[in-house]
Design a protein around this ligand. Sequence first.
Ligand code: ATP
Ligand code: MG
Length: 297
Amino acid sequence: MARIFCIANQKGGVGKTTTTVNLAAGLAKVGQRVLMIDLDPQGNATMGSGIDKREAEYTVYDVLLESASVAEARVRAAEPCGYDVLAANRELAGAEVEMVALDRREKRLRTALAAVGAEYDFILIDCPPSLSLLTLNGLCAAHGVIVPMQCEYFALEGLTDLVNTIKQVHANLNRNLSIIGLLRVMFDPRITLQQQVSEQLKGHFGDKVFDTVIPRNVRLAEAPSYGLPGVVFDGGARGSQAYVAFAEELVKKMPPASAAAAPAAAEPAPPVVTPVAAAQAVGGETGPGTPHAGTDA
Ligand code: ATP
Ligand code: MG
């Protein structure tokens, strides 16, 4: 069965989509079978995989509203990306409203993915910059969350809401969910503050901070306008090499579940950053065992 990871951070513009498409391409490059799901009505991950979001016959919207299966809706990313895509476009914003009245509204993606889990090693979900019902569908479907972060002064602050949401989803909807790790992105080692925040992250979260650091690299920013992930557009660029290294690190850390002998149900949960510890580390108010009613920090 596939490992299912959300790439999430409710902060906008932190590199979620860049991470999702490049990790998908990087994993494909190292021989993994990958499905990438665009769960953002902006459709950036769709376009960044060479699929015209305005012309997609079916999208993740149809899957959430059960008018198409994943097998019917998926398409192949532009060659030679090497992964499958569940596309998104503006229509998806409507799903948010339409799903409110439906049953199992948080679990629709999870239900739909069960049918294709065996066909992939990794399923990556690009989340929108909000803690919305769409993101909730991603979190309910996933085993873990990868959090891309820029090493800026307020980086840790924004983490509290995300960690609290993950904690609630873990408690109420998805016992398998954990934070897989924090990925430092758009890193510029010449900026002292970034180095300091990077060290702070390591200090607070230890080995939950991925070893790989993604540098700020203009080729990664240029690639989407060619409808390709940087890893495919210019594999020699520093940013692209970093994403392939990240794919390798992830495979090592989280081998595909199919490699394990145990059946999916008996599989041990991936290592957890305890949300409580994380919340405390980022200045949250959550005490051990304290029920947390809201996501307000
Ligand atoms: P949103 O919250 O709107 O979905 P996002 O978190 O998905 O945004 P991206 O779209 O991936 O963020 O990145 C934001 C901008 O930063 C984009 O213009 C992207 O090309 C650029 N960018 C991302 N990563 C890098 C990098 N490592 N080096 C240079 N530019 C980058
Ligand atoms: Mg995005």
